[in-house]
Every structure is written in C-alpha cells, then in structure tokens.
Design a binder for this molecule. Structure first.
Ligand code: FES
Length: 349
C-alpha cells in the first residue's frame, strides 16, 4: 500500500512520560526510530538501525549520552555520528545514523521525519492546554489502531456515527444531529462547528459534571483538523447554571505505517479537575468508545486492502469537513513529491 502521509509535518512520537533513560523503540511513518533522554533531560530520536548491520539500536544500551549497539558495540553520539568501533582504532569517515529533530511540549514529544531544513520553518502546532494545565484536569492515553491515519481523521470530522455506534452518548432529547454550522478551511486546517438544541443531560454528562440529570443545556461542538498529525475536539455544555463545562480531546495521529496509526490522546476538562473518579470514568468511557471505533476502522482498512483496484466512495453532506481534510493532506504529499506543481501546470495549461 502506497503511503499517503506527508513527511514534512510534526507528529507526536511519544508522550513525555514514555521517554526516559531507557530506549524506546517505535515505528513512525514506516521508519524504525529509537528515543531516549540525555542526561540533560533533552530527548534524542535516531534511526533504529546500526550502520554496520541492520541490528536495532534500541536493543543495545546507553553509555552516558551515547548509544551502544548490542551486536558488535559500535557507539553513537546523540546526533547520530558513529564515534567508536571497538575492533579498530578509527571509525569509517562520515558514518552515522540519521537523527531527527524533536520538540518536547508536555505531555507530548513531537518528531520531524521529513526534510530537516524545513523543520525550523514550521514549528509544531501549539495547543494552549499542552503547556499550561492550570485550571484543567487531564488524562493521557496511548492507543494503536490498525487503520490508515486519514480514516481516523475522517471519523472524528463526521460525528454522525454517534447515533449508531454510541447511542448512550447522545443527550436524551436529541433525535438528529444538527448539520455542521460551518466548515472553515485555511491552507492547512479544517474546522467545523455545531450547536445542538437544548436537552437534558445524557447519563455520562450528569456523572462527570455532577449536575442533576434534569439539567437542560445546549452543546457547542467544534473539531479541528489542525494538521495531518493533530486533531482537536472541543465539547462544551452550556448549562442552566450559566457555566460552560468544557471537554477537550487532543489527539495526535501518527502513522505507524500506511495501515496502522498511533493515537496519543490527551483529554482535558475544566470541571472536577482534581477528581480522580471523574478522570477514571472519562478514561474508561472514552477507552470503551475508542475500542468500538478502532474495530470499525480496522474492518474498513482490511476491506480496502482486499480491493485490487481502489474504488471511489460516495460522499454526503456530513462528509464535508472530512473531504477537505483529506484533500489538504494529499496536497501536502503531492507538494513533497513534486506532483503538486505538476498538477498546477496541467490545470492551467
Ligand atoms: S550490527 Fe551494530 S555493531 Fe555490528
């Protein structure tokens, strides 16, 4: 299967907690990567393949800030330079593994696997809840879905599946989801918004906010495809008590391969911020929903994999944001491969 993700893009490689003194092996954009923390605390990301033979460096060991291969003991500096070959005095000139730009913005560690010269020009997306948790309680999850990353983006840009897949999530007085109020498109992002009519609270809403189930509120829902590597959903209950109960799902989608995706999920809320029971309830509930979503997306991925010739899906109005997001991602891919310029020339000739 051909890859459909841009390399010139920041993706989440790991959560801050996952990267420590040990060696973390992870496949990202179909490349083997090893991550660790230097003694200064900075995160290092390198190609997980020794230059001598193809032994994974993640199976080796640390020697201070250096990484030592577990087969014949070649040693590498954090910038990827080979600096020691135990069986001889000199090292082959210029020998190195690739090291990758990383940027830590807790709770996530971002990585750039594309052209290193472009990385500095495009800083990782900033989401204010990353840097400053003041006034917010949050939980972090790492999941893996056996589906292409665009299937995940599309899934979260069209929430009309909720009535079918997660009916218990829908407030009791809502029978149809209103259409998207707006779909805003910039060069690299897509946002949608929707406001639902007044309704009593769904069971889970009452449970996490602590409000009586008879409370009536409207929901403001926004979702943004920030980049191919990041999707942010904002769910707000404006209740009778004039308070806005906000829930954010910040999801890093990082292709493991064309057919599998790492999901780094931060859920942040501005209510019950210190309440561990609420945190656990939300974690378990969204975890259960994620399992159902994953199973569906994996089934679609398998079916797509069976098709010798790709077929064209039919789109409906609810797919508006998803279609835009796919187009942006594919334009970024085409731009990298030079096809974008060619398509422009063909379109204007
Ligand atoms: S394979 Fe790494 S040192 Fe030989």
């Amino acid at each position: 299967m051909r890859s459909n993700y841009p390399f010139n893009c920041w993706y989440v490689a790991a959560t801050s907690v996952e990267v420590g003194q040990g060696l973390l092996a992870r496949r990202l954009l179909d490349r083997p990567v090893v991550l660790y923390r230097r003694s200064s605390g900075d995160v290092v990301a390198m190609e997980d393949r020794c230059v001598h033979r193809a032994y994974p460096l993640s199976a080796g060991r640390r020697d201070g800030d250096r990484l030592v291969c577990g087969y014949h003991g070649f040693a590498y500096e954090p910038d990827g330079c080979l600096v020691d070959v135990p069986s001889q005095e000199n090292v082959p000139p210029g020998a190195r593994v690739r090291s990758y730009p990383v940027h830590e913005q807790p709770p996530f560690v971002w990585i750039w696997l594309g052209d290193p010269g472009v990385a500095a020009l495009r800083p990782p997306p900033r989401v204010p809840w990353y840097a400053d948790g003041t006034g917010w309680g949050s939980t972090i999850e790492v999941l893996r879905v056996e589906a292409n990353y665009l299937l995940l983006h599309e899934h979260y840009l069209d929430l009309t599946d909720v009535f079918v897949m997660h009916p218990e999530a829908v407030p009791p007085d809502i029978e149809v989801l209103p259409p998207l109020d707006e779909v805003e498109v910039s060069e690299r992002s897509v946002s949608y918004g929707r406001v639902t009519p007044p309704s009593r609270l769904a069971g889970w809403e009452a449970q996490v906010t602590g409000l009586p189930a008879e409370t009536v509120g409207i929901r403001r829902e926004e979702g943004t495809f920030v980049s191919p590597g990041l999707h942010v959903q904002h769910y707000v209950i404006d209740s009778e008590d004039r308070r806005a109960y906000e829930l954010l799902r910040i999801q890093g989608f990082t292709p493991e391969s064309p057919a599998a995706t790492h999901v780094f999920l931060q859920m942040a809320r501005n209510y019950a911020t210190e309440d561990d029971h609420v945190a656990e309830f939300l974690r378990a509930m969204f975890g259960d929903w994620a399992l159902r979503d994953s199973a569906v997306l994996a089934s679609i991925q398998r079916r797509l994999g069976e098709e010798a010739v790709p077929r064209r899906d039919i789109n409906v109005k609810a797919d508006r944001a998803a279609v835009r997001a796919r187009r942006i991602a594919m334009e970024m891919v085409d731009e990298e491969t030079g096809r974008f310029a060619l398509n422009r020339i063909l379109a204007t000739s």
